[in-house]
Design a protein around this ligand. Structure first.
Ligand code: BG6
Length: 479
């Protein structure tokens, strides 16, 4: 056993999921079709397809998820047994506003989350809620072009206000947009669709479209923060960024400068969320690129008035980049300008494993944004083998968590980072966001279902279940 550091009293140990990846029940109780409902199953190295609506004969894994919609009481009991203090999930926008542009919410959808939150609270587990986690109503994509349209700000704020008001006595910690900065790899259509509801053609300027959509999302987030605080001043409303620090390949000055620009391009979203203003390099970049942006003076005032209370972030991996000889602009482009890190190992899906990167990132964010942090995702997607007796020996997962939790504890105990909690991703097996697979498993709890939705969907404990239970029971000391 490795000796860790005790986390402060009240530290929120828990687990994290997103509605569309585990609930299933995609068309029940008045729910509308979301982006996730028109994404087919992919595989490791095979991208998911997006169909124009739900089509007969296609396989849509989010339609069944892991059937949490019907089985959450059993799951909540297991979370309580592990010692969870909190559980991060999202509210499916399409359960509340099936098309997204209605003015009256769907009562059956609101009731589902009432029941879920009550059940969690009865176990002493507080819900931590993301408002938009890759599940924009599909109607808003088709009829409005997603967040390319300023009208989306109103739809999002209406949704946020309805749920803030409904759950004001049940939920304290909120986040607005999941991994808002995960759309910077602009040659990949999926993040733009999942984050912003954008479906672009070959002739569109994808990069400009991403910046414009992100601007509207940031304004919507700032308005939601203000609305939430007016409803309950005790609310803690955070942003959510995908934190993958980007290192220079060598100490060569051009590599260092390129890594700095790469960090600027991936984390300006956090600057706006946390500091309420655009960093200086960005208007200059828009000017250089000739981007004609719709950013008004009123928007800028809104951003300043709606800064977040904490930084929620995911951490899975780090990246590396290098400079180009004779380059003056350092226009880092993701993913083309990434290079391999020769010092770290990778998962089966090519994700670079780097626990020290977590500590580095926590220090970097503390120095830059000066806000409390909440690690709302971290974890290891792997192929698990269920033995004949039902056991799953996932020592590789335990080892990933041990190293990352220790790095997190060092950031708190040795570096003074202010950390609210830690919720490992996919604490129960669910559908992968990038590939749509069930086979890419993250959970402490095994779900007997395959990529095509076959199986009993029964739950069982992996070895990592007992291990994480002991970590929580010792407040992080016994790793
Ligand atoms: C994050 C997302 O990108 O990483 C989750 O917020 C996602 O929705 C998680 O599931 C892990 O990624 P993947 O592609 O392995 O499911």
């Amino acid at each position: 056993m490795t000796k860790g550091y005790k986390m402060p009293k009240g530290f929120l140990w828990g687990g994290a999921v997103a509605a569309h990846q585990l609930e299933g029940g995609w068309n029940v109780d008045g729910k509308g079709v979301s982006i996730a409902d028109v994404m087919t199953a992919g595989r490791n190295g095979v991208p998911r397809k997006v169909t124009d609506g739900v089509k007969e004969g296609e396989v849509y894994p989010n339609h069944w998820g892991n059937d949490f919609y019907h089985r959450y009481p059993e799951d909540d009991k297991l979370f309580a047994e592990m010692g969870f203090k909190c559980f991060r999930t999202s509210i499916a926008w399409t359960r509340i506003f099936p098309n997204g542009d209605e003015t009256t919410p769907n009562e059956a959808g609101l009731k589902f989350y009432d029941d879920l939150f009550d059940d969690l609270l009865s176990h002493g587990i507080q819900p931590v809620v993301t408002l938009s986690h890759f599940e924009i109503p599909y109607h808003l994509v088709k009829a409005y072009g997603g967040f390319s349209n300023r009208k989306m700000i109103d739809f999002f704020v209406r949704f946020a206000t309805v749920v803030f008001d409904r759950y004001k006595d049940k939920v304290k910690y909120w986040m607005t947009f999941n991994e808002i900065n995960n759309q910077t790899a602009w040659s990949d259509p999926h993040p733009l669709l999942q984050n912003s509801g954008l479906q672009l053609g070959a002739d569109d300027n994808w990069e400009q479209a991403m910046y414009q959509a992100a601007h509207y999302e940031l304004v919507a987030s700032a308005l939601a923060v203000q609305a939430g605080h007016a409803i309950n001043p005790d609310f803690q409303i955070g942003c959510m960024v995908a934190m993958c620090p980007i290192y220079p390949l060598t100490a060569k000055p051009a590599d260092v400068m390129m890594a700095e620009r790469a960090m600027q391009k991936r984390y300006w979203f956090g600057d706006v969320h946390c500091l309420g203003e655009y960093p200086k390099w960005l208007p200059k970049y828009f000017e250089r690129k000739g981007f004609d942006m719709d950013i008004t003076a009123a928007d800028l005032a809104t951003l300043k008035a709606g800064t977040v209370d904490y930084v929620g972030f995911s951490y899975y991996m780090s990246f590396v980049t290098k400079g180009r000889d004779g380059d003056q602009e350092y226009d880092f482009k993701e993913p083309d300008d990434f290079v391999e890190n020769p010092y770290v190992e990778k998962s089966d899906w090519g994700w670079q494993i780097d626990p020290t990167g977590l500590r580095y990132a926590m220090n970097w964010m503390q120095d830059r944004w000066h806000l409390p942090q909440f690690i709302v995702e971290n974890g290891f997607g792997a192929y698990d083998k269920k033995e004949a007796d039902g056991s799953v020996h996932d020592d590789y997962r335990i080892s990933y968590f041990r190293d990352h939790i220790l790095a997190m504890e060092e950031a708190v105990a040795l570096d003074g980072v202010d950390l609210i909690g830690y919720t490992p991703w996919g604490c129960i097996d669910l559908v992968s966001a990038s590939t749509g697979e069930m086979a890419k498993r993250y959970g402490f709890i095994y779900v007997d279902a395959d990529d095509n939705g076959h199986g009993s969907f029964d739950r069982s404990k992996k070895d990592s279940f007992d291990w994480f239970q002991q970590v929580i029971a010792s407040d992080g000391e016994d790793l």
